[in-house]
Write a protein that binds this ligand. Structure first.
Ligand SMILES: Nc1ncnc2c1ncn2[C@@H]1O[C@H](COP(=O)(O)OP(=O)(O)O)[C@@H](O)[C@H]1O
Ligand SMILES: [Mg+2]
Length: 270
């Protein structure tokens, strides 16, 4: 696949026959899918289906037992992610948010975003220690870029307060801001609407669609809120017990008998 990848092809990520086990438990079984440039692809399914595990594999935190993951970064050669460390994958332009919020709670909102931005800097450790002029200029740039991102995410009013002191929905947006600060082309969001009320969720869906345009992002989205998923996804993949049971556009997934049986059940989907 890697050698034959056609540059005209818009595939950005290819997950190929991924299998992963925890002890005797098969969390992912022979999972394959591709992500196309600038689509919003949702990964849905019951709790324990393997969705987060799939993200962990892509980000290099969990080594798959079997299978391959290839990334096709724009203007860059093909990368086999199985061989890379999480920081290398982040530097290639893949970012993620976590299912349960993981912020530096006692650091300021601005500093949380600056941490994301730092993976893009060139400063040496020695430079950082000496705080030479170049390092200082770089830090100032990071600060400015990060503040701009806060403004875009309507978080600038919180810039100087600690991350744990801002409203819940704002913390969720801050996680996305921090991920964006790494300048990704592929963004993995793990249940970004979890814990949000209806209005907050609707604001989030608009925001995600806008961010995709503004940052030319491709988004892989794990989410339980079916209104959100059905509204903004171009395609949906359904997992059940580590296996893919369906893949297709929202209209098709909504009516898929096995998906209804395994997951959607009687949920009202508008
Ligand atoms: N670190 C781990 N150690 C052992 N089992 C795990 C671990 N992470 C996830 N699992 C198990 O793998 C399965 C898939 O989990 P997960 O990927 O978190 O599902 P989802 O995100 O779809 O709810 C579950 O049965 C879960 O209990
Ligand atoms: Mg999960």
């Amino acid at each position: 696949m890697s050698e034959n990848h056609d540059s005209q092809d818009s595939t950005l990520l290819h997950v190929d026959q991924l299998t992963l086990e925890f002890g005797g438990l098969r969390a992912l079984e022979n999972l394959s899918f591709q992500v196309q440039s600038q689509e919003i692809l949702a990964l849905i399914g019951p709790n324990g289906a393997g969705k987060t595990t799939c993200f962990e594999c892509i980000m290099g935190f969990l080594p798959p037992k079997l299978g391959k993951i290839h990334l096709y970064p724009p203007h860059h050669q093909t990368q086999r992610l199985n061989d890379l460390k999480p920081y290398q994958i982040a530097q290639l332009g893949v970012a993620r948010t976590f299912q349960s919020i993981r912020l530096y709670e006692k650091q300021s909102v601005l500093e949380n975003v600056m941490v994301g931005r730092q993976i893009r800097t060139k400063t040496s450790t020695l430079g950082a220690l000496l705080r030479d002029r170049r390092t200082q200029a770089e830090e100032q740039q990071i600060r400015e870029d990060s503040f701009q991102l806060l403004q875009r995410m309507e978080l600038e009013q919180y810039a100087q307060v600690t991350a744990d002191s801002i409203p819940y929905a704002a913390q969720r947006r801050l996680e996305i801001a921090r991920a964006l600060a790494t300048d990704p082309f592929l963004l993995l969001l793990d249940e970004p609407a979890a814990g949000m009320n209806r209005q907050e969720t609707e604001e989030l869906d608009e925001l995600l669609v806008e961010l995709r345009e503004e940052f030319q992002l491709t988004i892989l989205l794990i989410e339980h809120d079916m209104q959100l998923v059905m509204k903004i996804s171009d395609r949906i993949i359904v997992l059940d017990r580590g296996r893919k049971i369906a893949e297709g556009p929202p209209q098709q997934i909504r009516q898929h008998p096995e998906v209804i049986r395994a997951y959607l059940g009687e949920q009202a989907i508008s």
